[in-house]
Design a protein. Structure first.
Lengths: 173, 167
């Protein structure tokens, strides 16, 4: 088995996930980590797949779905990913009046302390006059949650946003 | 006392609904002793439910002292437990001895009042909050055949809840 990262983008409509995964199944692929969600009016899929033969046969299997649903598809072969990646230990939530520079400011402060972003989701909402931006970042802070609190503290005032920093602890029961 | 073996998902026995305890005898005391030892031997060591060791009875143990020190109820033996009141909601990441190597975000009540019997059949009532309340709710789910996997929420929903409830 070899691994590839599959990217799919198409105008959102019912049946995209079913068509793509059915095609992968018939091509003897298996699906690993996946992120599938609607962004704007588009549906996006990014997923790790294991494929048995060559990428050409994966593309061929996907072709009918690509044509029928007008999808754009991209396949990148990747070396098998080690599973030893850091687990998130910190969640950073940011919200405030939407304006340019929030993400750059926050992630810049995080990068400066070696914070590794593992997952970032954001959403612009609110009304046109009062746009609201909400972002949730999960990642690994090598020096712990306190270092993150210190790093983002100056941004509250500079960017005029609320920033929450929370430890992520998995309680095993 | 003995450390009992833990059933792990996808064992269908974890999905059975557990029966109420009606006999409070030496056998029950003995079992609660074994269950306690099994709990302390586990990776979390803060809670366990009888169905996890293949005994489909409504028995739950919680002891969050390893996590919170003395700032809690200590060892709670909850037999035939019922949630009589709850309030607040919080998202927290949970794992389970019966679901190794996996954790997920689950919404639980922040404060609960639980009514139960102890190993001798005496009525007991506890008010719990935060981590301890979460542990009790997690273990009580086992009595109805639920795992935390049945209560997972997406990160998006987590985010919406923050927007609606936190400020």
């Amino acid at each position: 088995m070899s691994q590839a990262l599959l990217t799919v983008i198409g105008e959102d409509r019912p049946g995209i996930v079913a068509a793509v995964t059915q095609a992968l199944f018939t091509a003897d692929c298996s699906i690993g980590d996946a992120s599938m969600m609607r962004l704007g009016g588009y549906f996006t899929i990014m997923q790790v797949i294991d494929y048995p033969r060559d990428l050409g046969s994966v593309e061929m299997a996907l072709d009918p779905a690509i044509k029928r649903l007008n999808l754009r598809v991209h396949l990148d072969p990747i070396p098998s990913v080690a599973l030893s990646a850091d687990m998130p230990n910190t969640r950073v939530t940011v919200y405030g009046a939407d304006h340019p520079g929030i993400v750059a400011g926050v992630t810049g402060a995080l990068a400066a302390i070696g914070f590794n972003v593992i997952d970032l989701e954001s959403e612009s909402s609110g009304s046109a006059e009062r746009p609201l931006y909400v972002m949730v970042i999960q990642g690994y802070a090598p020096e712990g949650v306190e270092s993150v609190r210190k790093a983002v503290a100056p941004l509250r005032e500079r960017e005029g946003v609320e920033i929450g920093v929370h430890p992520i602890e998995a309680a095993v029961f | 006392m003995a450390v009992l073996s833990i059933l792990t998902y996808p064992d269908p026995r974890l999905q059975r609904k557990a029966e109420p305890v009606s006999v409070f005898d030496d056998d029950l005391h003995h079992f609660v002793g074994d269950l306690t030892e099994t709990m302390y031997a586990g990776p979390g060591g803060v809670g366990i439910a009888a169905p996890q060791v293949d005994r489909p009875q409504r028995i739950v143990l919680v002891d969050v002292r390893p996590k919170l020190g003395e700032n809690c109820h200590g060892l709670m033996v909850l037999i035939n437990p019922e949630l009589v009141a709850w309030e607040g909601m919080a998202v927290g990441r949970e794992g389970c001895m019966s679901v190794p190597d996996f954790t997920g975000n689950v919404i639980r009540a922040e404060r609960i009042q639980v009514q139960a019997q102890d190993a001798s059949g005496r009525e007991r009532s506890y008010e719990c909050e935060g981590f301890e309340a979460r542990a009790v709710q997690h273990e009580m789910d086992h009595l109805d055949g639920f795992l935390f996997l049945d209560r997972l929420v997406s990160r998006k929903i987590d985010l919406f809840r923050r927007k609606n409830y936190k400020k």
